[in-house]
Design a protein around this ligand. Structure first.
Ligand SMILES: NC(=O)C1=CN([C@@H]2O[C@H](COP(=O)(O)OP(=O)(O)OC[C@H]3O[C@@H](n4cnc5c(N)ncnc54)[C@H](O)[C@@H]3O)[C@@H](O)[C@H]2O)C=CC1
Ligand SMILES: O=C(O)C(=O)CO
Length: 319
C-alpha cells in the first residue's frame, strides 16, 4: 500500500505526478477555515506532509500519530518545532539553494527602489504630477560604489554579494556566525563585527534565519549605530527586527529609509505606520515568488518527501 501524504499548498501538476508514483496524495490547495478541519481529519493517517508556513508544533503532531516526515517548500523552517519533531522521530526537510538567485534579485530590487525612490516616483508620474522638470527634492541616492553590509552571509547573502560586487561595484562587508571564505575570495567580502558593520554600511541587509538567537537581532541600539543616510533591507523574517524600533528610527530620521519584504505580522496590519512612510518600500513576502523558482522549490520538496518515505536520507534533511 502506498503511504498517504498531505500536500497542503497549491503546486504544479508535475509535482503531484512525481509524488503519485510512490504515494497516495491528499491535496488541499490551501488551508483556510473550511479546509483546515478536513486537513486535521486526514492528518491522523498521514505519513508525510508537504507545504509551507504551517505551524508544526506539539499540538499538531499529537494529531498525527503516523507521521514520518515533514517537507517544507521553503528554506526557512521557523514554522517547525524541531524538538517536538525529534521527540517523535519525525524528520524534516527544507529547500535551500534553488531560491538563492531569485531572492537575491528581490533584495537588489528593494535596494534600488528604496535608494532611487522608484515606487514613489512611479506614483508621481501616474498621478499626473510630472508637469515640469524634476526638482532636487525628488533625487535619490546612489547604490553603486557604496558599502553594503550583509548580516547572515549564507546562500542568499552570498548571491546578494555577487550581484552587488560584480554589478554595482559595491564594497561588501559582512557579519555571520562564522567566516565565509568563498564570499571573501569571490566577492571581496570583508568580515567584521556587527557594530562595525552597522557603523560603516550605506545599506544594511539582514539575511539570517529566524531562530531564538536572532529574534529582534536588529533593535533600538542597532538603529542608533547606523548612519543617518543608511538604508535598511529585511527579507529574512519580520521577527528578526524589533519593528517598533524600526518605526521609531525612521520617524526620528535616524536612518534614511527601509526596504521590507517581511513583517512581524503577515499579512501586515493595514494601520502599521510603516505603510504610510514614503521612504519605506514594502513587498508582500515575495522573495522567492517567481513561477520558475516556486516550481523548483516544490519539486525539491517532493523529491525530499519521496526519499524520506523510502527510508533513505533526503537531500535536504534539517539537522
Ligand atoms: N523573503 C523571502 O521570501 C525569503 C526569506 N528567506 C529567509 O532567509 C533566511 C536565510 O536563508 P539562506 O540564506 O538560504 O540560509 P543560510 O542558512 O544559507 O544562511 C543563513 C546565514 O545566517 C547566518 N546566521 C545565523 N544566525 C546568525 C546570527 N545570530 N548572526 C549572524 N549570522 C547568523 C548563518 O551562519 C548562515 O550563514 C531563511 O532562513 C528565511 O528565513 C529565505 C527565502 C525567501
Ligand atoms: O523559503 C523561505 O523561507 C521563504 O520565506 C519563501 O521562499
Amino acid at each position: 500500500m502506498k503511504p498517504k501524504v498531505i500536500v497542503y499548498k497549491k503546486v504544479d501538476k508535475k509535482v503531484l505526478e512525481l509524488l503519485a508514483e510512490t504515494c497516495e496524495i491528499i491535496y488541499f490547495e490551501n488551508l483556510d477555515s473550511e479546509t483546515y478541519p478536513l486537513f486535521l481529519n486526514e492528518l491522523e493517517e498521514a505519513q508525510g506532509l508537504l507545504g509551507s508556513g504551517l505551524k508544526v508544533d506539539k499540538e499538531l503532531l499529537d494529531q498525527a500519530p503516523q507521521l514520518n516526515i515533514v517537507c517544507n517548500i521553503s528554506v526557512g523552517y521557523d514554522n517547525l518545532d524541531l524538538t517536538a519533531l525529534a521527540e517523535r522521530g519525525i524528520i524534516a526537510t527544507n529547500t535551500p539553494d534553488v531560491l538563492n538567485d531569485t531572492v537575491a534579485d528581490t533584495i537588489m530590487g528593494l535596494i534600488l527602489s528604496t535608494a532611487r525612490r522608484i515606487p514613489e516616483l512611479d506614483q508621481w508620474v501616474k498621478t499626473g504630477q510630472w508637469e515640469s522638470g524634476l526638482a532636487e527634492k525628488w533625487f535619490g541616492v546612489d547604490v553603486h560604489h557604496k558599502v553594503l553590509g550583509i548580516i547572515g552571509m549564507g546562500g542568499i547573502g552570498s548571491a546578494v554579494a555577487k550581484r552587488a560586487h560584480f554589478g554595482f561595484d559595491m564594497d561588501i562587508i559582512y557579519h555571520n556566525r562564522s567566516r565565509n571564505e568563498e564570499a571573501e575570495d569571490k566577492y571581496g567580502a570583508v568580515y567584521c563585527s556587527m557594530e562595525d558593520l552597522l557603523k560603516k554600511s550605506d545599506f544594511v541587509c539582514l539575511m539570517t534565519p529566524l531562530t531564538p538567537d536572532t529574534v529582534n537581532l536588529i533593535g533600538k541600539r542597532e538603529f542608533e549605530l547606523m548612519k543617518e543616510s543608511a538604508i535598511f533591507i529585511n527579507a529574512s523574517r519580520g521577527k528578526t527586527v524589533d519593528e517598533e524600533a524600526l518605526i521609531e528610527a525612521l520617524q526620528k530620521g535616524q536612518i534614511y529609509g527601509a526596504g521590507l519584504d517581511v513583517f512581524v505580522q503577515e499579512p501586515v496590519e493595514k494601520n502599521n505606520p510603516l505603510l504610510s512612510m514614503k521612504n519605506v518600500v514594502t513587498l508582500p513576502h515575495i522573495g522567492s515568488a517567481t513561477y520558475e523558482t516556486r516550481f523548483q522549490m516544490a519539486m525539491t520538496a517532493a523529491a525530499n518527501l519521496v526519499k524520506g518515505l523510502q527510508g533513505e536520507t533526503p537531500p535536504n534533511l534539517i539537522k
